[in-house]
Design a protein around this ligand. Structure first.
Ligand SMILES: Cc1ncc(COP(=O)(O)O)c(C=O)c1O
Length: 394
């Protein structure tokens, strides 16, 4: 064990089972450890490094902004946040933006916004319907929102106002809707919960129900957005425009940022009702603008779609070859492979030994969430390593 790992055990709270490798450098879809070993990165900072590691456009924007203006307070106007907000609005169905620092924080703000809307327009309705298997973040309220008992049980009692219903079941949402409901909050595809894809008409049916009842639809696009699913936002593929949408992860290609976007009618905060010290700081927004502009101008979402299809086809080939691979699912570059038994950890470790980083999604599934700029050649390389790894496990 290297010194870094000993020091980590000594000084850090133990909240994550880390893979025993210390990464020191990254470029494109590759990272290097402290001994100079190279890895092909199909974890991508947990779906964050949309343009890969240290993309020159992002690095340049950050370096320039760091020498110009890093942080003011939101008491003042700053230019990078206005540029980024304009770009987001011009390229989505939403009208207004609030910036924060993470996904959980964006979702918290979205729920506050929905509750505010409920107070103003729905006779004080405050409940938010969410889905089982969802993941919306680690704050107490987002733990209550995330319909997974493993995240909830250690912290009961949880904040009230969240109803978890079966995912991909419109009747469950209808049955849970009461005069206390102000919104439905869903991931278009459940990422952390298993890369669970809904039926094609599910989100449109939820949209229609929200329209019929007057409640808001919040889409958590923190993992699915910014091109990962093959379109800039996943809602474009499902015919369901949200009233509120949250973003984080890939928005600044690795620099921490979160965003709440809302349609004009749902944008009901007034001064003092919400805020953030660091949210919208010039440094993060410069990184976000550089990332998003590059993604849009170079159709990186199109690349994610094309290379994602190539990846899924290759993984399907491995499913044919190895009987214990029971499922391959995903869209764009949000893809999972499931096994008949709990071998995900040994798949992760065997791939690591051979220079490929993959994410353990569940005891019996791994997830592929690489940078959106990867090529078919890099996919071939990953598939080759995975093939050898699966052969050694079977
Ligand atoms: C869909 C979704 N929402 C929210 C979050 C929480 O984001 P953060 O870890 O930035 O708080 C995640 C993180 O995995 C996520 O996948």
């Amino acid at each position: 064990m290297s010194n870094w790992q000993e020091l980590e055990h000594k000084y850090f709270m133990s909240t994550v089972e880390r893979v025993p490798v210390t990464l020191v450098r990254g470029q494109g879809a590759r990272v290097w450890d402290e001994d100079g070993r190279e890895y092909l990165d199909f974890v991508g900072g947990w779906a964050v490094n949309s343009l890969g590691h240290c993309h020159p456009v992002v690095a340049k924007a950050v370096a320039e902004q760091a020498q110009t203006l890093i942080q003011t307070s939101n008491q003042f106007y700053t230019i990078p946040q206005i540029h980024l907000a304009e770009l987001l609005v011009q390229n989505s169905c939403l009208d207004k933006v609030f910036f924060c620092n993470s996904g959980a924080e964006a979702n918290e703000g979205a729920v506050k916004l929905a509750r505010r809307y409920g107070k103003l327009h729905l006779n004080g309705a405050y409940e938010v319907i969410t889905a089982m298997g969802s993941f919306h973040g680690r704050t107490l309220a987002m733990v209550a929102a995330s319909g997974q008992s493993k995240f909830q049980q250690p912290y009961v009692p949880l904040p009230v106002g969240f109803i978890n219903v079966e995912y991909n079941n419109i009747e469950a949402i209808k049955a849970a809707t009461t005069n206390k409901t102000c919104a439905v909050m869903l991931e278009p595809v459940e990422g952390e919960g298993g890369v669970n894809l809904p039926d094609d008409n599910y989100l449109a049916a939820v949209r229609a129900w929200c329209d019929q009842t007057g409640i808001l639809l919040i889409l958590d696009e923190i993992q699915t957005g910014i091109g990962r699913m093959g379109t800039l936002f996943a809602y474009e593929q499902y015919g369901a425009e949200p009233d509120i949408m949250t973003l984080a992860k890939g928005l600044a290609s690795g620099v921490p940022i979160g965003a709440i976007l809302a349609k004009e009618r749902a944008s009901v905060f007034t001064p003092g009702e919400h805020g953030s010290t660091f949210g919208g700081n010039p440094l993060a927004c410069a990184a976000g603008y550089a990332t998003l502009k590059f993604i849009i101008d170079n159709d990186i979402a199109g690349n994610a779609k094309k290379v994602g299809q190539y990846l899924v086809t290759g993984l399907e080939g491995l499913r044919q070859k190895f009987q214990f691979v029971t499922d391959v699912r995903g869209r764009g570059l949000l893809v999972a492979m499931e096994f008949s038994s709990d071998i995900a950890q040994s798949v992760v470790m065997t791939c690591l030994d051979r220079g490929l980083l993959v994410n353990r999604l569940k005891p019996n599934a791994v997830r592929f969430i690489p940078p959106l700029i990867i090529s078919n050649d890099e996919v071939d390389e990953a598939l080759g390593i995975l093939d050898v790894a699966l052969s050694s496990i079977s």
